[in-house]
Design a protein around this ligand. Sequence first.
Ligand code: MN
Ligand code: MN
Length: 468
Amino acid sequence: MAEEKTKAALLKEKLMNHPKTIKKLTAEEIAAADAFCEDYKAFLNASPVEREAVRYTVGLAEKAGFKPYAPDAEYQPGDRVYYTNRGKAIALAVIGKQGVKNGARLAIAHIDSPRIDLKPNPLYEDSGLALFKTHYYGGLKKYQWTAIPLTLHGTVVKLDGTSVDIVWGDGEDESCFCVSDLLPHLAQEQVTKPMAKAFTGEDLNVLIGSRPFAEGTDQDNDLVKLNVMSILNEKYGITEGDFLSAELCLVPSFKSKDVGFDRSMIGGYGHDDKVCAYPAAAAALALETPENTCITYLTDKEEIGSDGNTGMQSDFLRYFIYDLARQDGVEGYHALSKSTCLSADVNAAFDPTYASAFEAKNSCYLGGGVVISKYTGHGGKYDTSDASAEYMGQIRALLENNGVEWQIGELGRVDLGGGGTIAKYVANMNVDVVDLGVPVLSMHAPFEIVSKTDVYMAYRAFFEFFKA
Ligand code: MN
Ligand code: MN
């Protein structure tokens, strides 16, 4: 016979929150998550830099019946369009029955990730080695980028106006590049320095060659550099001056891998924020005709403050919505004021090894579901839009009512540091917005970790949000 519950136990059940670190999902949910993540890994592997993420997304969109957006075309409910911004950001829109008269439903993620960019004058030779000078992009712990294989991705524009895409170092048999580090035997001074000084930005020099040009003589200098330039010229038709009009990035050369005996996690480069970008895009691709026009926007430059015409502070998305509003016979600013947004970005998962950096009661946990961050920013809630109680209530109910596993998450302990997302720029457009995304371990490291079921729950959250 079942034991009768005490009065206190019954009241507890009714009134108290029951936070569980790990939610137990059904076998079907786990299988669906595993399958979804195979497609996610393909996206992640193909998209180290934003241009590649855009190209891959265009491919997925065209397969799903999306057509390039034409501002003068007449769109009907159910029409599916994509709109790219300078090849580095992309909007996917499914036109709703009401268009944007009652606002658009927005899911916005970023497709740039921390990495190492080449300087405009990168190439030099020193002590018989050819190297690249670099300037890191986004927040890195520099030492993590030493002594690992790196691959070069990017675009070079030549003087004649033609451009060439470069991908070097991805293939199993291809050569790669790396940043050297000092051997421990001679590192007694280095290891006693504070981490910020042990390895500085100007130390991120990338090793790219060591063999002199074969036909050089003792009178010639910089023969190793010349040899590298001659290889690049042969393969891509570029000269050293072409580095001045290029966007070339070094990213880890390894592919994503399942992590753990149970294969429950994925390790890889650039989860922040492709792990939200892919589910947000997939939700738009899976959508039939929604009530309100739904837009997934994958933006650039978040890691360096969302500045620039491909970043979230640009007017690109605003004007896109204005164009859609004009079609629907409403003012763009009215459409914006009724719009709602999920700012799709990652949060830091609680790490038991670094527990003191977190406040356990308000942290998100790997495997605990999609994470809502009411606010980001830093000490005293500076630099954040802080979602309203009303909007939090709406999103919380949406997730609860549709069986989407979710949790709340604050980024680390108060006054320890902080960080931001695109949410505040969206809020500035007079849109209701909250951060919703995937918890990540080792954020901004070359090999970041996420949970497969969290990735899938992010997809389910965006889909239910669009459908509602
Ligand atoms: Mn991010
Ligand atoms: Mn980031």
